[in-house]
Write a protein that binds this ligand. Structure first.
Ligand code: SF4
Ligand code: MSK
Length: 671
């Protein structure tokens, strides 16, 4: 089959990315976009039909009724492959959560340089979930006990992980009945690997039941711990002005790009970059200062708390180096391409690895240690500044957009009712009246096999027109930011009439940026609070809401999807299904596909489907939302009922002569 080379416009919807893809081509440098074109995906492995878990294989099951050397059937192999991917994703999130809990412990005991309990209110709130005594105790005492409790969740052997008590009552009952309430975070991940070893669990549905348990250990365990502790140590996000895209890089400053996921070091680099000693050091090197920016979810962590600009999402990691203006890219864990080191050799950029878990051959390793974090952050910045003199020819795209990130569930609660009446009531009421048709969480990665950002932003745009309120996290949120959907009123001309009224009344953008990919737990919390508020059912599966990941690529995305489904959500992924099989050749290959959709829906009320066509994705989303509305007895969605109130109506009325205004408002002519 001839390889198809796409144009830069086909590879990315983002003009800044297109500019850098052209530059790469001119310089003869390959990127993920060109590598994706040169290497079509393997249609056997891609469809989940290859098993390589033992030395008798790899076994590729491409014929009807064929089994592996050991006799494993296609459904066993697909279930094992999917479960292993979910376990890897859950491990990545949860190990991040574990490190955050250790940092909290160190901060509580004064052993972590530069860290302290920044958000005492969140600490007290979280501690009170678990009946940790808060009255009369210092924040450090409470944090120390909370850290111990959280650290214990990872190695717990029996019982139930404790953060999951925050789920709705009905949901917890389902988990207990199904035996999927995780016992300990590490235990479920280890058991997932054990069960999928050669010669172990060989009943697809039974394997997938454990996949659910492992994913729940992530969503209601490791990830939830990561989000809680990040907020306690660095502050719960609230709206703040930021910017996104490669145009945030500065010609006259030392550009340091932080990339990965963990906020621990990046937060310290933020602090160090504002230190007079570092600014002075940069000036001596001939720069105006240090311009910090982020890629991927490290970007989201510092964007939503300090307003530090995001240079871009997953596929911007190579493109930012192609500007020639990046002195150092500092990486921690997850979603870091090995290609960065080879690419950086064409420029002066230093790739600095910092995690004890991640080294890349050819990169500079400066290991992070939370006990001397500020010292290490300054060392990294000084090395970056020293590299400024080596900068060659640069080309920084001018594209950048303003955005307002920082919609934590705490802030959403507050914004709907203010300090004294904070509640989800106005949101529930807006959904119940039909002003908001439903809610879509559009999350996840970029994938160079699709046009970067296009699928994500197309689905977002079309759902907004249908009065669907959109919440976003991860690289998807940065995609929307780059298109200007996350900026208050700027996006309101693109949304349906009812949603517009709500956004105008509350003063919010129609797309709410809720954080990094580990922060999808904030969406679980919002859904739980919506249920607790009343009027939209008594469990998450009754809420008119859908989760979408149009451009997913990571194993973490599969873990997120699975814990959302087990929490009651309908989740739609774009792109290729990792368990699709080849239906034209294998009639029995859809057992796993059916189980994660119809099977899980029967058990958990949520289902996971892979729908590559964006219009079909939108159709399925709206049908699901409308069905949930009908099941709740809510009025059928009707866009014509709204749009005649709010700011837009006020502006129209102001245009009228005074004599006509009264009639327009009250239907009664002026005397
Ligand atoms: Fe083949 Fe079975 Fe080994 Fe898998 S476990 S590689 S199907 S022999
Ligand atoms: S970084 S997991 S590409 S969202 Fe969280 Fe982005 Fe996906 Fe990585």
């Amino acid at each position: 089959m001839a390889k198809k080379k796409r144009t830069p416009q086909e590879q990315s919807a983002d003009p800044a990315a297109q500019e850098m893809i052209i530059r790469a081509e001119e310089l003869g440098i390959g990127t993920a976009f060109t590598r994706a074109d040169e290497m079509p995906p393997c249609n056997i492995g891609g469809a989940g039909m290859c098993c390589k878990i033992c030395g008798m294989g790899p076994c590729r099951l491409t014929k009807e009724g064929q089994t592996g050397v050991c006799g494993a059937t296609i459904d066993t192999i697909q279930a094992r492959n999917l479960t292993r991917a979910i376990a890897a994703g859950a491990a990545a999130h949860s190990d991040h959560g574990r490190d955050m809990a250790f940092t909290l412990k160190a901060a509580a005991n004064g052993e972590a340089e530069g860290y302290y309990i920044r958000d005492v209110a969140k600490l007290r709130n979280v501690a009170s979930y678990y009946d940790i005594e808060i009255e009369g105790r210092s924040p450090e005492e409470i944090a120390d006990e909370l850290a111990d409790l959280y650290i214990a969740q990872f190695g717990q052997q029996k019982g139930e992980i404790i953060p999951a008590i925050r789920a709705p009552e009905k949901r917890k009952k389902i988990w207990k009945e199904q035996g999927v309430w995780p016992r300990g975070i590490d235990r479920e991940t280890v058991e997932a690997l054990h069960r999928t070893h050669v010669g172990d669990d060989q009943d697809a549905e039974h394997i997938l039941q454990h996949a659910v348990k492992t994913a729940l250990a992530d969503g209601w365990g490791g990830s939830m711990i990561a989000t809680d502790v990040s907020d306690i140590l660095f502050g719960t996000p609230a709206p703040i002005l930021g910017q996104a895209n490669l145009g945030v890089l500065k010609e006259d400053m030392v550009n340091v790009v932080v990339h990965g996921h963990e906020p621990t070091l990046s937060q310290m680099i933020v602090a160090a970059s504002q230190d007079p000693e570092i600014i002075e050091y940069a000036k001596k090197a001939g720069a105006k200062g240090v311009q910090l920016s982020g890629i991927c979810c490290t970007a989201n962590e510092i964007l939503m708390r300090q307003g530090i600009p995001a240079a871009g999402n997953f596929l911007h990691q190579e493109l930012s180096i192609l500007t020639g203006a990046v002195e150092a890219m500092v990486v921690d864990v997850q979603c870091i391409m090995q290609a960065l080191v080879g690419l950086a050799e064409n420029f002066h950029t230093k790739i600095i690895t910092t995690s004890p878990k991640v080294k890349i051959k050819g990169a500079t390793h400066i290991e992070f240690d939370e006990h001397k974090a500020l010292t290490i952050a300054k060392q990294i910045l000084k090395e970056s500044i020293d590299n400024y003199k080596n900068r060659g020819k640069t080309q920084i795209p001018s594209d950048k957009e303003d955005l307002i990130p920082g919609f934590s569930h705490e802030y959403i609660n507050y914004m709907l009712g203010g300090s004294y009446r904070s509640s989800f009531r106005p949101l529930n009421d807006a959904v119940m009246s039909g002003r908001i048709r439903g809610v879509a969480a559009i999350v996840g990665c970029n994938n160079p096999r699709t046009q970067q950002d296009w699928l994500h932003t197309y689905v977002t745009r079309e759902l907004l027109k249908q009065d669907v309120l959109v919440v976003e996290t991860g690289c998807g949120a940065i995609a929307s930011a780059k298109l200007g959907y996350l900026l208050g009123e700027a996006g309101l001309d693109k949304v349906g009439p009812g949603l517009k009224e709500v956004c105008e009344a509350i003063g919010i953008p129609p797309v709410l940026h809720m954080g990094s990919c580990v922060d999808n737990t904030r969406i679980l919390t919002v859904l739980t609070q919506v249920v607790e508020e009343g009027g939209l059912g008594d469990d998450i599966d009754q809420v008119p809401a859908v989760g979408l990941a149009p451009e997913w690529m990571s194993e973490k995305a599969l873990a997120i999807a699975t814990y959302c489904v087990a929490s009651g959500a309908y989740v739609i992924f774009g792109g290729a299904s990792p368990v699709s099989g080849m239906p034209d050749r294998m009639s029995d290959s859809d057992i796993v596909l059916k189980h994660i959709s119809e099977g899980w829906e029967e058990i958990y009320g949520g289902k996971l489907e892979f729908i590559p066509d964006p219009d079909e994705m939108i159709k399925a989303t709206l049908e699901h939302i409308d069905k949930k509305r009908a099941d709740l007895g809510l009025p059928e969605y009707d866009p014509d009922r709204f749009g005649e109130s709010g700011d837009a109506r006020m502006l129209e009325l102001e245009e009228l002569p005074l004599s006509e205004r009264r009639e327009a408002i009250y239907g009664v002519a002026a005397d």
